[in-house]
Design a protein around this ligand. Structure first.
Ligand code: AMP
Ligand code: GLY
Length: 422
């Protein structure tokens, strides 16, 4: 079977690493990929948003199955375009991906189907939003409706901050058309967890829970990033709570989408806050998490291809997933300056030494090849991921690999996984 992965970050390297172990795959392409994915397949120089070019490539190469990594092509409708051309593809339709593409839609869906989430109001007018802020007690959370690469969410401790957030998003249009609508939300307190499931629209198959580390610095200090590390399993999501989340969040969301004429296939990712009143949804994403995918897939013992194919074909009820008992930890190494403007083009040293360590995979995210060397080319550069008998061991193994790798200005958190040890 010929398979195409769309995307070129750490998540897509993890997908390529895992899918390349499937015996059914005869040829693997990644568009655009990165130097990490090139170890498992052939990179094709087409960007993830160039949907017509990707379709033309898939038709010309007779690709049997396409796996879409990032949210942008999904919200642009890549699944609809591929399906209309007779191509089998993993991921939700454009109407399904709106669950991530519009926070207002996602909140309304949660309300309609009684899915636990923070109280919110939607606004399309800045002065109405400001009037609301004047009569409500902070803290509150102001969110741009559309995709903003994780930056469209502002946690406001004071009314003044909330008013400024409205100006930033609606008046100054800091996130472009993503800020035409905003939502203002109740501030929730608790520990966060990422709960991902594969679905074919009927069956919902949970993946091992994971926890992300959103802030740039140790002890969750500093601005939010796309994720500075992740671990799995996440002890905060006990077996009981996983069952509760399946019943109160995952099944109602999938059934709700179906009832509303938007049958949902692919990954359903719930970002959860574990509050005193139970798990509540912070957001839905319509694709694998990055960097959660790296530790999750290292723990998956089953063939990933079978599960993704079953989601696309609608026979997921025939699939079971087996998980390794070991824990996995991913430490993201980022470029100097990230999540602000960052340095590019630094030579990365020590990749080969790190790759020799047992139970360790160095997933590439923002890297490229130059004159036979690997250099940095993105904010999040590598996801150094290791298995261990338990979280403590996995942390040790991941940081042992991190210690072998260096470039000028490399930064990483030193406390990934610590929360799981409490
Ligand atoms: P989102 O993109 O909606 O998941 O928001 C990004 C991050 O902002 C989340 O991972 C949380 O850390 C934080 N956040 C979002 N909404 C809330 C909320 N209602 N209460 C507290 N923190 C929140
Ligand atoms: N790690 C957070 C995300 O993938 O959205």
């Amino acid at each position: 079977m010929k398979v195409l992965i769309v995307g070129g970050g750490g998540r897509e390297h993890a997908l390529a690493w895992k899918l390349s172990q499937s015996k059914k795959i005869t040829k693997l392409f990644i568009a655009p990929g990165n130097p990490g994915t090139a170890m498992h397949g052939e990179n094709i120089n087409i960007a993830a948003e160039e949907i017509e070019e990707l379709k033309a490539f898939a038709l010309a190469e007779k690709i049997d199955f396409t796996v879409v990594g990032p949210e942008l092509p999904l919200t642009l409708g890549i699944v609809d375009v591929f399906a209309a051309a007779g191509l089998l593809v993993f991921g939700p339709s454009k109407a399904g991906a709106e669950l991530e593409g519009s926070k207002a839609f996602s909140k309304e869906l949660m309300y309609r189907h009684n899915i636990p989430t923070a109280f919110y109001k939607k606004f399309e007018d800045a002065s109405e939003a400001k009037a609301y802020i004047e009569t409500h007690k902070p803290p509150m959370v102001v969110k741009a409706d559309g995709l903003a690469a994780g930056k469209g969410v502002v946690i406001c401790q004071t009314r003044q901050e909330a008013l400024e957030a409205v100006d930033l998003i609606m008046t100054e249009k800091a996130f472009g058309s993503a800020g035409k609508k905003i939502i203002i939300e109740e501030f929730l307190i608790g520990e966060e967890a990422s709960f991902l499931a594969i679905t074919d629209g009927k069956t919902v198959l949970p993946l091992a829970p994971a926890q992300d580390h959103k802030a740039i610095f140790d002890n969750d200090k500093g601005p939010n990033t796309g994720g500075m590390g992740a671990y799995s399993p996440a002890p905060v999501l006990t077996g009981e709570l996983q069952k509760e989340v399946m019943e109160t969040v995952m099944y109602p969301a999938v059934r709700g989408m179906e009832k509303e004429g938007r049958p949902y296939k692919g990954i359903l990712y719930a970002g959860l806050m574990m509050t005193d009143a139970g798990p509540k949804v912070l957001e839905f994403n319509c694709r694998f998490g990055d960097p959660e995918t790296q530790p999750i897939l290292m723990r998956l013992a089953s063939d990933l291809l079978e599960a993704l194919l079953a989601s696309a074909r609608g026979n997921l009820h025939e699939v079971t997933l087996e998980w390794k008992k070991e824990a996995a930890v991913c430490v993201v190494m980022a470029a100097k300056g990230y999540p602000g403007d960052y340095l590019k083009g630094s030579e990365i040293k020590g990749l080969n030494e790190a790759a020799l360590l047992p139970d360790t995979v160095v997933f590439h995210a923002g890297t490229k090849s130059r004159d036979g060397k690997v250099v940095t080319s993105g904010g999040r550069v590598l996801g150094v991921t290791a298995l261990g008998a338990d979280i403590r061991k996995a942390i040790e193994n991941a940081y042992r690999a991190v210690d072998k790798i260096s470039w000028e200005g490399a930064q990483y958190r030193t406390d990934i996984g610590k929360k799981a040890l409490k």
